[in-house]
Design a protein around this ligand. Structure first.
Ligand code: URA
Length: 242
């Protein structure tokens, strides 16, 4: 699905797949631990056709995916980053990733749950995050305070949030209105703390936030918090607009 046919040096191929660092894999190759199409290859510069050559390390077949795409149901308490000095990141949760250059497409706050796409495909990430593309993001939220029809109207008109942010028109669907309200909010931007700031601007506080979708990609209801799976071919094609 996500394999792009490409010629690569054998040492880079192995390092990309996290078999070892570039220096380590050169040693492995020189010691005869790597075969290509059944033949031992001892030259790190040897060119691999990623789409067709069969590479084995210590008799274990390797599969090279140029791009990987994972849907994660992010739990609260995990940072949307590739690396964090103090705690676990969303990338650390993708335990059986082949690639070591994965990153999250956009950020969710540490206490936000839900859909996060993790990939190493920079072009797709750019398409989804570019402010010019206006990709819809749908959030479910619990809100302290009574969310009203006036809020719905204000959000639809484009809310002045604070000195820095006037939100683009957003669609507010009220599921439950009361002391604690429940809503779905569809926004086309992804400014820092955007949903929380929009509710703050109308005098309410978001107490729970979960992203349900991003463009055509819907959070799989079967995916438990902290779990992930690869995107299907259909999901990927739809995200690419194919
Ligand atoms: N808006 C927020 O306030 N937080 C998020 O994590 C995402 C959108």
């Amino acid at each position: 699905m996500s394999d792009t046919k490409k010629a690569l040096r054998l040492d880079k191929y192995l390092a990309d797949l996290s078999v070892g660092t570039r220096t380590e894999v050169k040693q492995y190759i020189k010691r005869g631990r790597v075969t290509v199409n059944g033949q031992t290859v001892t030259s790190p510069e040897f060119k691999i056709q990623t789409g067709s050559d069969q590479v084995e390390f210590d008799q274990m077949p390797l599969s090279y995916e140029h791009f990987e795409y994972y849907m994660l149901n992010k739990p609260a308490g995990v940072v949307s980053a590739t690396r964090d000095k103090f705690g676990k990141t969303v990338v650390d949760l993708i335990e059986d990733a082949n690639r070591k250059d994965l990153f999250p497409v956009g950020r969710l706050d540490k206490d936000t749950e839900g859909l996060l796409l993790i990939t190493n495909d920079g072009d797709l990430a750019h398409q989804l995050l570019s402010p010019k593309k206006h990709v819809d993001k749908v959030y479910y939220a619990k809100v302290n305070g009574c969310v009203t029809e006036e809020d719905k109207k204000a959000f639809a008109e484009g809310l002045v949030v604070d000195d820095e942010l006037t939100a683009m028109p957003a669609k507010l669907d009220i599921i439950k209105s009361g002391e604690e309200s429940e809503i779905y909010l569809t926004i086309k931007e992804g400014k820092f703390h955007q949903v929380k700031r929009m509710f703050e601007a109308v005098g309410k506080e978001v107490t729970y936030l979960k992203r349900m979708s991003m463009g055509s990609l819907l959070l799989d209801p079967e995916l438990e918090l902290g779990k992930y799976r690869k995107l299907t071919d259909e999901e990927l094609a739809a995200l690419r607009g194919e």
